[in-house]
Design a protein around this ligand. Structure first.
Ligand SMILES: [Zn+2]
Ligand SMILES: [Zn+2]
Length: 113
């Protein structure tokens, strides 16, 4: 048996692509990229199913933008429901769903002046 999947974003037993809903050719996608972030994503369950084409597109052309960015915003929202914003920020150092706020008041959000 493969290692049990952990996710706070979806029910891992409900196997369907988070982008298009396809139910075949699924791959487990870590919403937060990079080696360090993958470990954190595993620990906190920031992962979900994507089908092979959606997954391929996301990593080949879409990293950090569009749907990839939307998945990160979704992950942050769910994470903050379960834990809190301070923990998110200490782990990832970045806001994904509060871009307007980040643009307007970066110093406030970073805890500075
Ligand atoms: Zn898909
Ligand atoms: Zn992936």
């Amino acid at each position: 048996m493969a290692k049990k999947k952990k996710s706070i974003l979806v029910d891992p037993e409900q196997r369907a692509c988070a982008i298009c809903g396809r139910r075949i050719d699924l791959e487990w996608h870590h919403v937060m990229h990079g080696i360090a972030n993958r470990k954190i994503a595993d620990k906190y369950g920031l992962a979900l199913w994507l089908c092979t084409p959606c997954h391929g597109n996301l990593h080949s052309s879409g990293e950090g933008t569009g749907k990839d960015r939307a998945l990160m915003a979704f992950a942050q929202r769910e994470f903050e429901k379960k834990y809190d914003h301070a923990l998110w920020f200490s782990l990832f150092g970045k806001n994904y769903f509060a871009d307007e706020e980040l643009t307007l008041a970066p110093y406030c959000l970073a805890g500075g002046f």
